[in-house]
Design a protein around this ligand. Structure first.
Ligand code: DHB
Ligand code: FE
Length: 295
């Protein structure tokens, strides 16, 4: 697992040769284990387990019959499933191909801002700032500067001073701090507390599209199926305020690659930003307001 306590603040080692599926998969698996209660703690209702698992199995049986799946294919599936676990890629697999439907069901009654998948790379406890912030970044952080600003309100329009905006995103090479080697611990991660009017302003750099690791078992599936491995460039956010439901979401950039064919099926029209050139000519800026549902 990535050692999150000793990462040098200004590490500049190139990551492209070193970032492997095994490294990011193992880090994502460790992170998931440390943040979730164990499954034993879940209060499983036998009837619900029976219903859901029986229906999943019936769907698998139906596919086998309809496509006349062979013993060779069955054995290939077994060894692939074993390998996904050995590569630590279950969080990657599930967050790319399953989470978007869980999110749609969980948030179907919301009236405020749209959510989307969390993905495997959230880390709680990022450095906190009041009102406006430049995210922690390297002195020579590559990428187009981006000013991301807006307001947080309740569904009735009331501003929410003190709302927390947690943001994390990949760098201009598509790597996440704490999951790819050579990046400072909190690079491009921060928590911004909205000002007395509910406003926030975050200076960062535009992220690159993200390619899910291609050298592990998810990559083998993608190659075998003739798919691509890309997610569009995105900002991840968690926005919360007392008395309101936390929203986990992502924002994308109009006109960038794979907005229309995200491998993780997590893009929604309401989540696409259209930044404009900044007044100072240095980068781009965009305004996006969050609307939170009451609890
Ligand atoms: C994955 C990575 C992401 O950055 C994301 O937002 C969703 C999924 C993944 O590799 O599984
Ligand atoms: Fe992501």
């Amino acid at each position: 697992m990535t050692d999150t306590t000793t990462a040098p603040a200004t590490a500049t080692a190139p990551q492209s040769e070193q970032a492997t599926a095994a490294a990011s998969g193992a880090a994502a698996t460790e992170r998931f284990r440390s943040k979730r209660p164990s499954t034993e703690a879940t209060n499983a209702d036998t009837r619900r387990v029976d219903t859901v698992v029986t229906e999943v199995l019936a769907a698998v049986h139906d596919v086998i019959r309809r496509h006349r799946v062979t013993y060779a294919e069955y054995d290939a599936l077994k060894s692939w499933l074993i390998q996904v676990g050995q590569d630590g890629e279950w969080p990657l697999f599930l967050d790319v191909w399953v989470e978007h439907v869980v999110e749609a069901v969980a948030n179907e009654d919301r009236r405020g801002s749209k959510g989307t998948i969390e993905g495997p790379y959230y880390v709680p406890g990022s450095p906190s700032f009041n009102g406006s912030a430049t995210l922690p970044m390297r002195a020579d952080e590559p990428g187009t500067p981006l000013l991301f600003q807006g307001m947080v309100t309740s569904v009735d329009g009331t501003p929410l001073p003190g709302a927390r905006i947690e943001i994390w995103h990949a760098d201009a090479d598509g790597f996440y701090s704490q999951f790819a080697p050579g990046l400072p611990e909190w690079n491009l991660r921060g928590t911004v507390v909205a000002d007395e009017l509910g406003g926030f302003a975050i200076s960062t750099v535009e992220p690159a599209p993200y390619q899910i690791p291609t050298d592990g078992s998810c990559g083998r599936l993608i190659a075998a199926a003739g798919w691509h491995a890309w997610r569009p460039a995105h900002l991840h956010l968690k926005v919360s305020a007392p008395g309101h439901q936390l929203i986990t979401t992502q924002l994308y950039f109009r006109g960038t690659s794979h907005v229309a064919d995200d491998i993780a099926s997590a893009v929604k029209p309401e989540l696409i930003l259209a930044p404009v050139a900044s007044g100072d000519g240095e980068g781009r800026e965009v305004t996006y307001d969050f609307v939170l549902d009451r609890i």
